[in-house]
Write a protein of this length. Structure first.
Length: 167
């Protein structure tokens, strides 16, 4: 166990909403909430077991590393119809905020069609406004590799969205 416990309430307040937006990129709001809770529970356990090393990054970066594994586990267990890109779920959202929801749902739909690594990087960039260096730490890869994935993801998103917009 570390010398002192961090202020867990402050960490939940700071990191929780970020994780929620990260999970909402792929899962329904209810599932995203459950996955945030699972990620935060694992964060506390790992911290108390001495697995967190401040020299390797921030608690937020560590939480996103945990969330990444929780996301991969959850995607294996959840049927495709439960994912946010389910058309019926998007129809329900569109009824409440037609203009904004159409644009957001279109972008989410396009992101869901990217390769998994590209999805993660784009969601971290959009939802968390993470820097390339922060993403590299979270994904445990060189910054240059992250840049390459960003470039390919942007090109793929552009192509996917153009195809969807054609009559």
């Amino acid at each position: 166990m570390a010398n002192t416990e961090p202020d867990w309430q402050q960490i939940v307040n700071d990191v929780g909403p970020c994780l929620y937006r990260y999970f909402c990129g792929v899962f329904s709001p209810t599932q995203a909430s459950d996955l945030v809770q699972e990620s935060l529970i694992r964060l506390v356990k790992k911290y108390r077991n001495g697995e967190f090393e401040p020299a390797k990054g921030t608690v937020k970066s560590y939480a996103f590393g945990i969330a990444r594994f929780v996301r991969m586990e959850a995607k294996k267990d959840i049927p495709a119809f439960d994912l946010v890109d389910d058309d019926s779920a998007l129809d329900i959202l569109a009824e409440h905020q037609p203009d904004i929801t159409d644009q957001v749902s279109h972008l989410r739909w396009a992101i869901a069609r990217l390769k998994p690594i590209e999805q993660e990087i784009i969601l971290l960039m959009i939802d968390e406004d993470s820097s390339l260096a922060q993403i590299a730490v979270i994904l445990n890869m060189p910054v240059g590799t992250v840049k390459s994935h960003v470039h390919r993801a942007k090109e793929n998103l552009r192509q996917i969205m153009e195809v969807k917009n054609e009559p």
